[in-house]
Design a protein around this ligand. Structure first.
Ligand code: GLY
Length: 432
């Protein structure tokens, strides 16, 4: 009896302790989540200031040879950074480069997060130097260049001059659509893989998985103008890609070459991957991100299913490292002694945060994968402040088989990192 009397208050005390502990663990978790976002944006603010200084120096010091080359090719001035050269110098690109829109995109993300007018002005300045690209009908990369820059600017400011540029850009992009094929043509060059002499494919109508990313501009243009043509082209491209770009295990080829007269598939190849039958890491995430976005814009269930299957391919792959930052190709021959591709990881994280909104059953799993990527990238792949010409992240791979941007910073790794952080922040505030 006396034992019972003594045990009762102890039991209550224990319950109270458990409640206090759970509350404090919960709030610690919330703070930790907030901290990683805030801390990264604080870092980015300082690092991007440094990048802007380094960009000025690089433009002032451009070699006569490079100025001459630009002039005879009719290219614009150097606009925005893309990567580092092997000697550590800054690689700045003219507007026609597929990477020219990512840096202004980062500045717009800084403005979106901080609401500081300084970033808006800088973003505007780095955006408007790309305007001539609205007429460039020689590539599919319009979305990367114009939607990441002008698209973000229009979303945040409603400035109609941005809108006009975007609509012209969308008009230009759809001139590359072939209704017989059911796709937008990606590239105009047709022979590659100079590293494999004698084994180069000749392409008639190459379509690359990356092209999925450029469809967002068309969905936007359809809504903005009320012209359904843009929507129909984007959906058709996504459907054709779904049919022809994927293997049974939901990994994707990089390049599908079509016969432009019959629409038949001529070849299934790679350009930046290890081999035609390998799974190039960034290609897998262009597909993942692309189908999540297509589902958001259309509600077509097959697009959501495709995105879920691609995510499962990536995250059940035996060659995905424990930290979830992939090697540059899932079939690269020297794994684990192969360079990583942080750009594939940050883009994956961004796609997963969005996917979590559309698949309640698996949302927790997607967020956990994305959080793990963000934590590991923050801890182990971030540049030191005021180093590497202001890039945020190290250890990406642009095109190992083509011999460039191997284990280097890449502007789009940084862009999707900031985007993922913003999406994470919006998810936790339920504002996304
Ligand atoms: N879109 C080119 C690349 O992913 O490298």
């Amino acid at each position: 009896m006396s034992n019972k009397i003594q045990n009762k208050p102890n039991f209550q005390f224990l319950i109270i302790l458990i409640i206090i502990f759970s509350f404090s663990a919960c709030s610690k978790q919330q703070t930790a989540k907030k901290d990683i976002i805030e801390e990264n944006f604080e870092f980015a603010a300082k690092q991007l200031d440094y990048a802007l200084k380094e960009m000025r120096i690089a433009v002032e010091n451009e070699s006569d040879q490079s100025i001459h080359e630009r002039a005879i090719n009719g290219w614009s001035e150097l606009t925005n950074p893309r990567s580092l050269e092997p000697d550590g110098s800054l690689l700045m690109v003219p507007s026609k480069d597929w990477c020219s829109g990512f840096f202004p995109g980062e500045l717009w993300y800084m403005y979106e997060y901080t609401k500081d007018e300084k970033w808006k002005q800088l973003a505007h300045r780095q955006t408007i130097i790309l305007e001539r690209e609205k007429f460039n009908d020689r590539t599919h990369d319009m979305g990367f260049k114009m939607f990441c820059s002008y698209g973000a600017g229009y979303k945040l400011t409603n400035d109609t001059t941005y809108r006009d540029v975007l609509i012209k850009s969308a008009q230009t992009l759809i001139t590359r659509f072939n209704p017989v094929v059911g796709c937008i043509r990606s590239w105009d060059f047709n022979k590659v893989r100079y590293d494999h002499p004698g084994n180069e494919p000749e392409w008639d109508f190459p379509v690359i998985i990356d092209n999925m990313m450029n469809l967002e501009l068309l969905f936007w243009a359809a809504k903005e103008t009320g012209d359904k043509t843009y929507y129909d082209i984007a959906v058709k491209h996504a459907e054709t890609t779904l049919k022809n770009h994927f293997r049974e295990d939901y990994s994707s080829y990089h390049v599908i070459d079509y016969d432009p007269k019959t629409g038949k598939v001529r070849q299934k190849n790679t350009h930046q991957g290890y081999a035609h039958e390998s799974s190039w890491s960034r290609g897998q995430v262009w597909g993942l991100y692309g189908y999540v976005m297509c589902y958001r814009e259309t509600g077509i269930p097959e697009f959501l299913e495709q995105a879920k299957h691609i995510a499962d391919f990536i995250f059940t792959h035996p060659n995905l490292p424990e930290d979830l930052v992939p090697y540059w190709d899932y079939d690269a021959p020297e794994i684990p002694n192969e360079p990583r591709d942080v750009s594939a990881a940050t883009c994956t994280a961004s796609a997963l945060y969005e996917l979590s909104k559309y698949d309640a059953e698996n949302a927790e799993k997607y967020i956990k994968w994305a959080d793990t990527i963000i934590e590991n990238v923050t801890k182990n792949y971030r540049a030191k402040l005021n180093s590497h010409k202001g890039f945020l992240l190290l250890h990406s791979t642009g095109a190992k088989v083509l011999g460039f941007e191997i284990d280097a910073p890449l502007v789009y790794a940084d862009y999707y990192f900031l985007e993922a952080l913003l999406r994470k922040s919006n998810l936790s505030e339920k504002r996304m």
